[in-house]
Design a protein around this ligand. Sequence first.
Ligand SMILES: Nc1ncnc2c1ncn2[C@@H]1O[C@H](COP(=O)(O)OP(=O)(O)O)[C@@H](O)[C@H]1O
Ligand SMILES: [Mg+2]
Length: 227
Amino acid sequence: MENSEFGYLEFDQVSFSWPKGANVIDQCSFSIVKPGLWMLVGENGSGKSTLFRLINGLIRPKSGKIFCSLRPSMVYQNPDHQLLMPTCKSELMLSAPKSIPYRNLFDLIQASLDKVDLGEMLDRPIHTLSGGQKQRLAIAGAIVSNSNLLLLDEPTALLDPKSQNSVLKVVKKLTSSSANPITAIWVTHRLEELYFCDGAAIFKNGGISNWNSGSKVFQELKSLALR
Ligand SMILES: Nc1ncnc2c1ncn2[C@@H]1O[C@H](COP(=O)(O)OP(=O)(O)O)[C@@H](O)[C@H]1O
Ligand SMILES: [Mg+2]
């Protein structure tokens, strides 16, 4: 895996439990070895957000191993819990690595806004943005911070269809760009989104099923719901 042309993420028999609880993540093994948009679906409370915390290093496995050469960033359901500053520019200045020379900072910020289709929004107050624009700004923050693994935890749950589409389109573009594609793991309850992914899996009983096509997972979930 270390020789992979791209970055990699691998879980090897990872288990985790919150204090006094049973295993939320239970002997979970999976890997992602190339960039793309990878979607996860699973019931509420099944452990998807806990999985993201493990990937992000906020919590550690009780047993098993995580190998990750990618630099993760979280994008939460509610961007208002994530965005801290008054304007797009100041928000992205906060996200930029401190090592960036000041003379390069604004080019970097502008380029990241361009990448999420917010090129005109440099000085725009954040409170005037739509929900979808806020989510794309959160994604620009991840890009500015030099992250190459987006962990999107139900990023469209609070959005109207137009905003939902704009976020999906941007993440699709970032994960399939020919120059420097990144990896995104996207948790969703909105099953129609599965048609945009490069692979999908069901999170259940503390683990992840094999990666399948989005349409196959969509069909599988529909048939379960009809039973
Ligand atoms: N910080 C926490 N402390 C204790 N228990 C938690 C914490 N976060 C989540 N849990 C528990 O872990 C389980 C999985 O939660 P979560 O990972 O948020 O699921 P999902 O994101 O799939 O809805 C739930 O039973 C939840 O109550
Ligand atoms: Mg969750």
